[in-house]
Design a binder for this molecule. Structure first.
Ligand code: ADP
Ligand code: MG
Length: 324
């Protein structure tokens, strides 16, 4: 099979989006964005050996790749619209491509994102990357830098489920980056690890409500630290309220990462509206703290200061991070 047959068979689907003037098949795609909308552009890569292994299920690689990209768009308060895909493969393995394509389109279809182009190249290791383009009304994007003094801090969903799953796999001498079916994990843990649910709807609903937002990929404290630095503020968290996954230790939940939940801030007057958004979207949203002038993060548990974990989260080049 040659390259263009491969693209046709596994990546070319009919697009119904009127904004797409030209999709897959030319030198580049042509898109006419709707009036009064800004483009929001993100990209995320997954590399064999770093994010997955040769034994990983291609379906899981694709769902995780889509979920992490969608989560970035969610954290901007944007709507995902168009994607390009770069695939580097050592050989053309049709079983691999079939499964990868199924995983990819399961998310593209669910979130109504059109694949408008990409690239296929040959290389020693498998490498997949998505560029995702979303739209948001002009000046309505949610930035990391927008938190205001005395704002409430919130988190969506539960945190620690993916980190807990990784810990269980390690304890059973299994490599979490295999991203494969695993009977040790519950269905919920498997989904948390391989197919997290990006908070697109909630992110969009928060557009006019939140003052800042970030998605939790590398640990709640790591992301809160970024949000504080960019907003030039500090934060106090009340850990008694933290929505932690079942059986997950506090420090693991605070630093484990891979949650893909939204961490955001909002004015105290928005509390009722945020409760309504949570109900409308069937998503728990928990108030966990307050922004303050300290320029550091302080943790409280049962009204006492709680020791800051040594490492705040994860960084690919330096491993676990201690923030400042
Ligand atoms: P070129 O040689 O001009 O880069 P290609 O043969 O690489 O063109 O690609 C032909 C068309 O197929 C282009 O529209 C490109 O965007 C699209 N395409 C290539 N690879 C992929 C892919 N993995 N997924 C989706 N579309 C792709
Ligand atoms: Mg090309």
């Amino acid at each position: 099979m040659n390259e263009s047959e491969l693209i046709k068979r596994y990546f070319l689907r009919e697009n119904k989006d009127e904004c797409i003037k030209l999709g897959i098949g030319d030198d580049a795609a042509v898109i006419q964005p709707p009036a009064n909308e800004q483009l929001v552009v993100t990209t995320d890569t997954m590399v064999e050996g770093s994010h997955f292994t040769a034994q990983s299920k291609p379906y899981d690689i694709a769902t995780k790749l889509m979920a992490v990209n969608l989560s970035d768009i969610a954290a901007m308060g944007a709507t995902p619209k168009w994607a390009t895909l770069t695939v580097t493969l050592s050989v053309i393995d049709e079983l691999w491509l079939h499964s990868f394509s199924d995983g990819l389109f399961s998310y593209l279809d669910r979130y109504q994102v059109s694949l408008v182009g990409g690239d296929v190249t040959k290389g020693e290791q498998t490498n997949v990357a998505i560029q995702l383009i979303g739209i948001v009304p002009t000046q309505k994007e949610l930035r990391r830098s927008g938190a205001v003094l005395n704002d409430d801090i919130y988190v969506t969903g539960e945190i620690g489920c993916a980190a807990q799953a990784v810990r269980i796999l390690y304890e059973n001498n299994q490599n979490p980056s295999h991203l494969h079916e695993n009977s040790i994990l519950s269905a919920e843990q498997k989904n948390a690890l391989y197919a997290p649910e990006p908070r697109i709807e909630v992110g969009r609903a928060l557009r006019d409500i939140a003052t800042s937002a970030i998605d939790i990929s590398d640990g709640l404290l790591h992301e809160l630290n970024i949000l504080c630095e960019q907003s030039l503020l500090g934060a106090a968290l009340t850990l008694d309220q933290l929505p932690i996954a079942k059986n997950c230790e506090m420090n693991l939940a605070l630093t484990g990462g891979d949650d893909y939940e939204l961490l955001f801030t909002a004015n105290k007057e928005a509390r009722d509206t945020i409760n309504t958004i949570a109900q409308q979207h069937n998503c728990t949203i928990t108030r966990i703290g307050t922004m303050n002038l300290t320029t550091k993060i302080e943790l409280f548990y049962e009204n006492k200061l709680f020791a800051m974990p040594k490492k705040l989260g994860f960084d690919h080049f330096i491993g676990a991070t201690d923030g400042k």
